[in-house]
Design a protein around this ligand. Structure first.
Ligand code: AAO
Length: 512
């Protein structure tokens, strides 16, 4: 009996670590600031056919609308209410997107901003995305409703009311993060309102949440909220499925609040991953690709089953949040493709691909003066649609990294090798490495300043394989390089350091 109870508890508690992806899919993509209407189309026309398992969407809740600076992307991290109209679209469009994406096997994960409302001192009469009235001075948000009683200010003991010192765990949880009005999540009423918001989305069919700013909430309060969440909608998910939870906690070490306080509640964003991988790929601090032989837990990261990993995110690609200058982004496209390729080939963590918009980057003394710029939009601030070029790339300032052949094909690689262990590691002691995933896939990377020339054990059955980095398998032919694997599993690789993409990847489904 005791065992049964334990098993049930374990079964239930493990479920929020599972992204519940369909048909053996393994990766999600953050379609940062995309409109719901465009995401619905993208699910049908691109994500489903190319094996993406889910989309992290920008916050769907009603947010402040700012004019100085002009409609920054970050206005969506300042909720005004839990009404479902935002810069990305209204409630009907949201519902339509969730339904259509689910119907083609692509999950939706919501960025939930529940730690705070808008910035303090915003005053009365400011704009909000559904037109709801609010008054930040009196902490009045009648569309929830929240009033002054529902905020933490009484508990914060810094002179400014702000978080002044990340070494003081009380400040970090009870004071304002960059002046954002901090909700009192220990109150049953506030927990109830937050859970009601999240449950509305669950009932609409979302598969889970990326929960914003979790470092700034007490784990006990979060646990109380998560316990109130409904199971996923059985129209698309098996009965008893718990919502997938990813908590945003920035833990690069050196602060008293650690990711491990949160890993019992759900997955946690592993920020060390992108920061360290960036350092390795850039060859800073004497780092080398060959050191990745024990990549993952061996590098001081959390357990693989607790981690959500990414090369860059919407904050650190523009100098917000943390990670520092080492973070690789689409601006360094050659290094970026290697980094994302490596992430997707490696078994560690649940992987998230970033999909960005371009902005007028203007770095002055190490700071990007235009780090606030919002998505491609019309003069009135309405977000532009995402037009697709005949060559399947995106236009109008949308970068669409997830459509880059090298990245898209590695998302498929990850699905093909799902569940296989890391195998046949090889390195040259420098920046040339190769590894396989059982007998299902193999990747070879050259980040040295000279040619890679080696015969390696791929672990794959003999045959001719199409390299999915330089091209695609189309029917029985290959538009890129071909790799001959002998009956013993060995293959010869030659990768010049001056190639556009100095890496090769082959897998069971790319066999000709
Ligand atoms: C905007 C304005 C503010 C204004 C405010 C209210 O920029 O000037 O006061 O409105 O009017 C986003 C933007 C913010 C924006 C906000 C609201 O990034 O600029 O404020 O929307 O519109 C911390 C949090 C983390 C947070 C991150 C940005 O812990 O949760 O800051 N990320 C999320 C979202 C983000 C969003 C919010 C939260 C708020 O992803 O988009 O903000 O909803 C240390 C700490 C980290 C801390 C960083 C930030 O990091 O560890 O926890 O992140 O500092 O400064 C080394 C260390 C590393 C350290 C880092 C930086 O790398 O190793 O630990 O240095 O010091």
């Amino acid at each position: 009996m005791k065992l049964l109870v334990l098993a049930t508890l374990l079964g239930l508690s493990s479920a929020q670590f599972d992204p519940h992806m369909k048909d053996g899919r393994t990766s999600l993509v953050h379609l940062f600031e995309w409109r719901w209407a465009d995401i619905a189309e993208e699910c049908e026309r691109y994500l489903a056919p190319n094996g993406y398992g889910g989309v992290q969407i920008s916050p769907p809740s009603e947010h402040i609308v700012l004019t100085n600076p002009w409609q920054p992307w970050w206005q969506r991290y300042q909720p005004i209410s839990y009404n479902l109209c935002s810069r990305s679209g209204n409630e009907n469009e949201l519902r339509d997107m969730i339904t259509r994406c689910n119907n083609v096997g692509v999950n939706i994960y919501v960025d939930a901003v529940i730690n705070h409302m808008c910035g303090a001192g915003g005053g009365e009469g400011k704009h909000s995305s559904c037109g709801s009235y609010f008054n930040a001075n009196t902490k009045d948000f009648p569309s929830v409703p929240y009033s002054a009683w529902d905020f933490n200010d009484g508990k914060c003991h810094t002179g400014s009311g702000e978080i002044e010192n990340y070494n003081d765990i009380y400040q970090v949880r009870d004071c304002r993060l960059v002046s954002l009005l901090d909700l009192a999540l220990e109150k049953d009423y506030v927990r109830g309102k937050v859970a009601e918001y999240m449950n509305t989305l669950i009932d609409m069919g979302v598969a889970g949440f990326r929960v914003d700013a979790c470092k700034h909430m007490w784990p006990g309060d979060l646990s109380a909220v998560f316990r109130r969440l409904n199971n996923l909608n059985t129209k698309w998910f098996s009965s008893g499925s718990r919502p997938f939870i990813v908590q945003e906690v920035i833990d690069l070490g050196g602060e008293p609040i650690t990711a491990s306080e949160y890993t019992g509640l759900g997955r946690v964003t592993e920020f060390k991953y992108g920061a360290k991988l960036g350092t390795v790929i850039r060859k800073w601090s004497g780092e080398k690709l060959s050191y990745l032989v024990n990549w993952g837990e061996g590098w001081g990261m959390m357990a693989s089953g607790k981690a959500l990993v990414f090369v860059d995110n919407h904050d650190n690609q523009r100098g917000h949040g943390a990670g520092g200058a080492s973070i690789v982004t689409f601006w360094d496209s050659r290094l970026y493709k290697i980094a994302v390729g490596l992430m997707l080939a490696h078994p560690y963590g649940v992987t998230r691909v970033m999909s960005s918009f371009r902005w007028d980057r203007n770095i002055v003394n190490g700071q990007d003066e235009n780090d606030w710029m919002g998505p491609p939009s019309y003069g009135d601030g309405t977000t532009k649609p995402v037009p697709i070029n005949p060559d399947s790339t995106c236009a109008d300032g949308w970068v669409c990294e997830h459509r880059w052949r090298q990245i898209r094909n590695m998302v498929i690689f990850r699905n093909v090798v799902n569940g296989e262990p890391l195998s046949n590691w090889w390195d040259n002691g420098s920046n040339q490495v190769a590894f396989g995933r059982g007998s299902r896939g193999f990747i070879v990377i050259n980040n040295d300043d000279w040619t890679l020339d080696a015969t390696l054990n791929t672990g794959l059955p003999g045959g001719t394989y199409c390299d999915v980095i330089s091209g695609d398998k189309q029917g029985s032919s290959c538009t890129g390089k071909q790799v001959q694997v002998g009956g013993d599993g060995y293959a010869y690789f030659n990768i010049s350091n001056s190639e556009e993409d100095p890496f090769i990847a082959i897998h069971a489904d790319s066999k000709l």
